[in-house]
Design a protein around this ligand. Structure first.
Ligand SMILES: Nc1ncnc2c1ncn2[C@@H]1O[C@H](COP(=O)(O)OP(=O)(O)OP(=O)(O)O)[C@@H](O)[C@H]1O
Length: 256
């Protein structure tokens, strides 16, 4: 089966010569939810920015390849790649700039040529997926941070991407919003790659974790196995929150 996301031998140095990735391999199959973990400066954002061609060999010095459902990420394929790879950035305000929630969610599909009832239906379906349909006519800047994050996710879902990439989805959320977002993410029938420093969230949502450290993949295993590997965790500056013990979570409540 062709992976949805196929990263092979990806190496990248920024124009100032700083080498951020050294031969990264990552294969994600349809329906998987994978956490991308690693300390500050590991190269997670650099990798994510390659997934839809924001960074590439043309913006620095690169080697290797990224393929999305068989389509290589190249300049020629960028439009289709950006439809297939939906990236939700950490700050929802980077993605919301229209006068209403509805208009923000409609922006992408309208650019793809959708109009009329088909566009409305696409917008409302995406808002329903994130529990924000009742707020369609509100200005995004009237919403709470957690609500804006959900709308930012809807703007991406409205493109019907093949993979949803989330950068720190739980950051700045209160515990209830964090849990509600976890419920939403679990309910989506979509392949997910989630960059996070929130290790309990990774355990709760992602059966598999990939650890990036100093630009290299140093682990690719079941999240439970990663989080209980004390030597690995220590070597790569990964720390569990105080009092959190993955071994105390009943195995049948972990995502499988
Ligand atoms: N524009 C840039 N020019 C030069 N070096 C950069 C640039 N952006 C990032 N880097 C460097 O590349 C390396 C990887 O950075 P990156 O932002 O990808 O890490 P990260 O894993 O996302 O970190 P964090 O968890 O802090 O967000 C770091 O050493 C960083 O200093």
């Amino acid at each position: 089966m062709t992976p949805v996301l196929d990263v092979r031998g990806l190496a990248f140095a920024y124009p100032d010569g700083h080498q951020a990735l050294f031969g990264v391999d990552l294969h994600v199959h349809a329906g998987e939810r994978v956490a991308l973990l690693g300390p500050n400066g590991a190269g997670k954002t650099t990798l994510v920015l390659h997934l839809n061609g924001i960074l590439s060999g043309e913006t620095g010095h690169g080697e290797g390849s990224v393929t999305v459902s068989g389509l290589p990420v190249t300049k020629k394929n960028l439009l289709e790649i950006r439809r297939r790879v939906g990236i939700v950035f950490q700050d929802p305000d980077d993605q919301l700039f229209m006068g209403s929630v509805r208009a923000d969610v409609a922006f992408g599909p309208a650019n793809l040529g959708l109009r009329g009832p088909e566009l409305d239906q696409r917008v409302m379906a995406a808002l329903e997926q994130v529990g924000m349909a009742d707020d369609a006519d509100r200005p995004p800047h009237h919403l709470s941070f957690g609500q804006r994050r959900r709308v930012a996710i809807a703007t991406v879902l409205a493109m019907e991407p093949e993979i949803l990439v989330l950068d720190e989805p739980s950051s700045n959320l209160d515990p209830a919003s964090r849990r509600e977002l976890a419920d939403i993410l679990r309910s989506l029938d979509i392949t997910v790659l989630m960059v996070t420093h929130d290790l309990p969230y990774a355990l709760e949502l992602c059966p598999r974790s990939v650890v990036l450290s100093q630009g290299r993949v140093v682990a690719d295993a079941a999240t439970y196995d990663v989080l209980t590997d004390e030597a690995l965790m220590r070597a790569h500056r990964l720390e569990l929150p105080w009092g959190f013990d993955p071994r105390s979570i009943p195995v049948d409540s972990l995502p499988g």
